[in-house]
Design a protein around this ligand. Structure first.
Ligand code: C5P
Length: 231
């Protein structure tokens, strides 16, 4: 039983600022993408056999060379990403091998420090029969729905809300069906499954799987890495 992982890494990272696309910003001297790949490789129970990485068009060869030393005996495919995240995931999904893979993970390069336990929990849940699995953490803010006018519509009870991370795990059939329909506006892959009525299960995520989005997240990432290197 083997897994493949799709990594959308083609975003420009405008909220992070700087000239370099987000996945190639460095923390502790290595790119977020390298950290993400290394973390996934460390999840040995996932039995990874293939990485497919969607990158900014034109950078495929350079990224392939950069990642080669980190993937070991796992197949590495690098494809040009698309305009929006779902386009990048779909482009990558098109080249994921069909035979012998029982779980496809989709993991944001920007969540470079996800702990091995989270990856393995997601894979275990897919292997136990879930069609779609997401790691989640409780939200600490009160969340409101707001109308375009700025007026508050309502406030869902915080105890019913969670923040969703990656890797998200899928049976290959569910993920391919989800991406075969309209993907406009999808901010994660599980919501495409929800639209089709596919049950999405949750497992415990981790604060360390935060998404590097804003400049202060780079400081947090540096601190987390320094702590791990001391441990
Ligand atoms: O923009 P956001 O932080 O939600 O992006 C999440 C992930 O999706 C990042 O790893 C980013 O590189 C990736 N992405 C992509 N193609 C895009 C936009 C985002 O692969 N067109």
């Amino acid at each position: 039983m083997s897994s493949a992982v799709v990594i959308p890494a083609a975003g420009l990272g405008l909220r992070l600022g700087g000239e370099t696309p987000k996945a190639f910003r460095e923390v502790g001297g290595e790119s977020l993408l390298v950290h993400a790949v290394r973390g996934l490789k460390a999840a040995t129970a996932a039995d990874l056999v293939c990485f497919v990485i969607a990158v900014p068009p034109g950078t495929e060869e350079a990224v392939g060379k950069e990642l080669e030393p980190y993937v070991g005996d796992v197949q590495l495919l690098v494809v040009p990403g698309g305009a929006e995240r779902p386009d990048s995931v779909r482009a990558a999904l098109e080249v994921v091998p069909v035979d012998g893979i029982d779980c496809i993970l989709v993991h944001d390069a920007a969540r470079a420090f996800v702990p091995v336990e989270v990856i393995e929990r997601v894979v275990d849940a897919v292997r136990a029969g879930a069609q779609a699995v997401v790691p989640v953490v409780p939200v600490t803010d009160t969340i409101k729905r707001v109308a375009p006018s700025g007026e508050v519509v309502d406030t869902p009870a915080r105890s019913t809300l969670v923040a969703v991370q990656t890797p998200q795990g899928f049976s290959p059939e569910a993920l391919r069906r989800a991406h075969a329909v309209e993907v406009l506006g999808a901010t994660d892959d599980a919501m495409l499954c929800e639209r089709l009525g596919i049950t999405v299960m949750t497992v415990e995520g981790s604060a360390d799987a935060f998404k590097v989005t804003r400049p202060q997240d780079l400081l947090l990432a540096e601190a987390l890495l320094a702590e791990r290197r001391l441990a």
